[in-house]
Ligand binder design. Sequence first.
Ligand code: CP
Ligand code: NVA
Length: 301
Amino acid sequence: MKHLLKMSDLSKADIIDILNLADQLKYELAHNIPHRHLEGKTLGMIFQKSSTRTRVSFETGMYQLGGNALFLSSRDLQIGRGEPVQDTARVLSRYLDGIMIRTFAQQEVEDLAGYGNIPIINGLTDYCHPCQVLADLMTIREYKGQFEGLKMCYIGDGNNMANSLIVGGLTVGMDVAVACPEGYRPDSSVIKFAEGYEGKFTLTDKPLEAAANADVLFTDVWASMGQEGEAELRRKAFAGYQINDEIMAAAKRDAMVQHCLPAHREEEITAKVFEAHADEIFDEAENRLHAQKAVMVKLMK
Ligand code: CP
Ligand code: NVA
């Protein structure tokens, strides 16, 4: 494994390997056991979009691993003034030991990996959010102990989160059911990937159908970063695609709820369901730290 560009870069064995290391690093942190695997190393973090969790967890994680992290806003980098990503990649490769990038186009992340010669980590694009889904899988395993035989349900926009959850969930052996309105379906490459998992994947426009007997329910915002202008249109398109009491009643009695955050209460999830599952959701947010530390150790050590 040289980079983490998208979920489909990872085999089941890769994912389990990362999650095992993440569990170990979480244990070591909790017990004050030093784990300075990246002493003297520097991670550059390029952000073309806002972030709370990704920025703070990568920066803190790098510190805990004995390394250094640089916050590089695209507003300040020459990339924001049009310097090609190909040149940025080759320059930053001379200074840094790894780059985490959050941007719009997946191609930009792929180009960074293609032109640079240091590990590239995708910290969210319009296409996918692999770091988040590694934390999600870590949290599911913590609560449920396994993946096989579990049903994951995703309700809402067929966006970066849906794309990565489908690939991640199927890869580790879960059944995955997705409910999206027509016109807001996951990326065609992801649907194609899922077609290779006959009998394990369903795509519907009926949220109750997707939620039936689910063990884990996911949703995400109706308008992602960069889609603010479509917010009103999307509010209409996604009415009814909400995790609420009715959806929870269709799922298993002990079903978990996960949300990558930030959440919009009373849009994609009711405040009542959110608060009833807050422990699971904030464990999920915490696990970003541990899962990404594992990714950095695997890629940069
Ligand atoms: N879930 C997530 O990536 O959060 P941030 O946008 O705050 O980084
Ligand atoms: N789909 C959301 C996820 C935020 C972590 C977005 O792209 O804005």
